[in-house]
Design a binder for this molecule. Structure first.
Ligand code: NI
Length: 511
């Protein structure tokens, strides 16, 4: 027998929302048909009248306790009734749903941290043929409680209708309290028959506690985004080496649960393929504008002891540079900008802003000339003129030359020695100037990144800020520390000398 959801039954941490007054409890539960009163005396009941109520009496449920319901009888008296004496059909009728929805089949292979939220309750039923236990959380939201109870009642009803000799149903739950506003609940369990036929049962519920509404998957992602979100889930399955064929329609997204780290989508079992939970991190959903609820992702500070890398941007300043600076600022990282001198005059505020926000500026010559084609005085003029333009806009010391096309010779090195400039090349070329495609830039960087690398990008390309909005948080998440080229070179064997050419830094030399 395969085990019932393991994590659901280990150490359940219950966080009580609030102690609910009895009046509110009475509202939460409906009036139902009692199969057998079997009452125990409650505060206002006594032994004399207990026996006078026949099977089928309508009783009002006041509260669900551990295996018992507190009920109010037609004459107003109250007492306690074992919960398995309440007719499941009656409960289902009280919250009508014509036909119980078919239970999806899932394998409960769920990972990740769980924080149980809501007051733990249990629905039990038992007869000669069927034992049924469903744990579920109770919240302040009547709508949420009704939805959970409806699913549990329908599941019990469906189990009662099954043609099997012996049926055991055990359902547990995971619940998450998300950003002080949303609650995500995953009900998950097994149905097992005497012939070892097994179904796994699942239900997902998400609540917005500010508006007291149950959220649909359309509410969570936005109706227009369902296709893109489904594509993300399919990509995740494909990356895990699985066929994404089992997710064909956006209906699959109704098994979304809001968790602390992201929206988790339960993917059904098909054939030999096990079911699994695909986590869509909130940061990714937000970056791609695929979330319609109010979720915040604070930027994660980079690891100050992590492996260092340098992002560099050539050919600016440009009209996309401010957007790029916003992204760098949001993520709290520094980069290096190699400016073309003759572009500074028209975008002087942008050049100033680069320095004010703590980034490094290097020269990319005055007019983007191939320095190998120039005389030594021509080389010096190209560089000096650009240094003057940078000095006028920023008064920052310039320590780096990036020669256009990476083209240099002995004359270039000699001029650099004279002007106190290191020659900063690169060892990862995104070719963003050619592709102008954020996905491609992202792929190149994430495929090739390694400690000590210098990454070449261009901030005059429209796609570059969009690529960086994804690249930078993911590099930080992988533990990298993004620094300026001069800081990176300070860890090189020669410490960043004038006239020396650097493509990267071998961190084996780092003390
Ligand atoms: Ni260039």
């Amino acid at each position: 027998m395969r085990s019932t959801p393991r994590l659901l039954f280990v150490a359940i941490l219950i966080i009580c929302l609030a102690l609910m007054p009895t009046a509110a409890l009475a509202e939460r539960f409906g009036t139902v048909t009692a199969l057998n009163l079997n009452l125990r005396a409650g505060p206002s009941a006594d032994a004399e009248w207990l026996a006078t109520y026949p099977e089928g009496t309508r009783v009002q449920i006041l509260d669900a306790l551990d295996g018992w319901y507190e009920v109010r009888l037609p004459d107003g008296g109250t007492g306690f009734m074992a919960s398995n004496y309440i007719a499941a059909e009656a409960l289902a009728i009280d919250e009508p749903e014509a036909t119980p929805s078919p239970a999806p089949t899932f394998d409960p292979l769920i990972g990740g941290a769980t924080q149980q939220f809501g007051n733990a309750s249990v629905r039990e039923y038992g007869d000669d043929r069927l034992t049924f236990t469903a744990e579920y959380p109770v919240f302040e939201s009547m709508q949420a409680n009704a939805a959970l109870r409806r699913w549990i009642n329908n599941t019990l009803y469906a189990a009662q209708q099954m043609d099997a000799e012996r049926i055991d149903v055990t359902i547990g739950y995971d619940s998450y309290w998300v950003q002080g506003r949303y609650i995500g609940v995953l009900e998950l369990g097994d149905l097992l028959t005497a012939t070892l036929e097994q179904q796994t049962l699942a239900f997902a519920l998400n609540i917005d506690t500010w508006t007291d509404t149950v959220l649909t998957h359309q509410d969570i992602y936005g109706e227009e985004n369902l296709g893109a979100v489904l594509a993300m889930v399919r990509d995740a399955l494909a990356q895990g080496g699985e066929s994404p064929v089992r997710l064909l329609t956006t209906d699959a997204l109704q098994y979304t649960v809001l968790t602390n780290d992201g929206a988790a989508v339960l993917v059904p079992q098909v054939g030999q393929m096990q079911a699994r939970l695909v986590l869509l991190p909130y940061a990714t959903l937000i970056r791609q504008n695929l979330i319609a609820i109010d979720i915040d992702v604070p930027s994660v500070p980079q690891n100050e002891n992590g492996p260092m890398i340098a992002l560099t941007f050539d050919d600016g300043p440009g009209i996309y540079t401010p957007e790029l600076l916003d992204i760098l600022a949001e993520n709290g990282v520094k980069a290096t900008f190699f400016l073309v001198g003759n572009r500074i005059k028209n975008l002087r505020d942008t050049a100033t802003r680069i320095v004010e926000e703590g980034h490094e500026i290097g020269t990319h010559t005055w007019s983007h000339q191939d320095l190998e084609t120039l005389s030594q005085s021509g080389i010096e003029s190209q560089i000096s003129q650009s240094l003057s333009a940078i000095a006028t806009a920023t008064d920052t010391p310039v320590k780096l030359l990036r020669p256009p096309y990476g083209s240099y010779n002995g004359d270039v090195r000699q001029v650099c020695r004279k002007l106190g400039l290191s020659i900063a090349l690169w060892n990862i070329d995104t070719e963003d100037w050619r592709t102008n495609n954020a996905d491609e830039t992202y792929r190149v960087i994430m495929d090739q990144v390694h400690e000590g690398c210098i990454i070449l990008c261009h901030d005059i390309k429209e796609s570059t800020p969009a690529a960086m909005a994804r690249v930078i948080p993911d590099l930080i998440a992988q533990g990298y520390r993004l620094v300026t080229v001069s800081e990176l070179l300070s860890y090189s064997e020669s410490g960043g000398q004038a006239g020396v050419v650097y493509t990267h830094v071998d961190m084996g030399n780092r003390e």
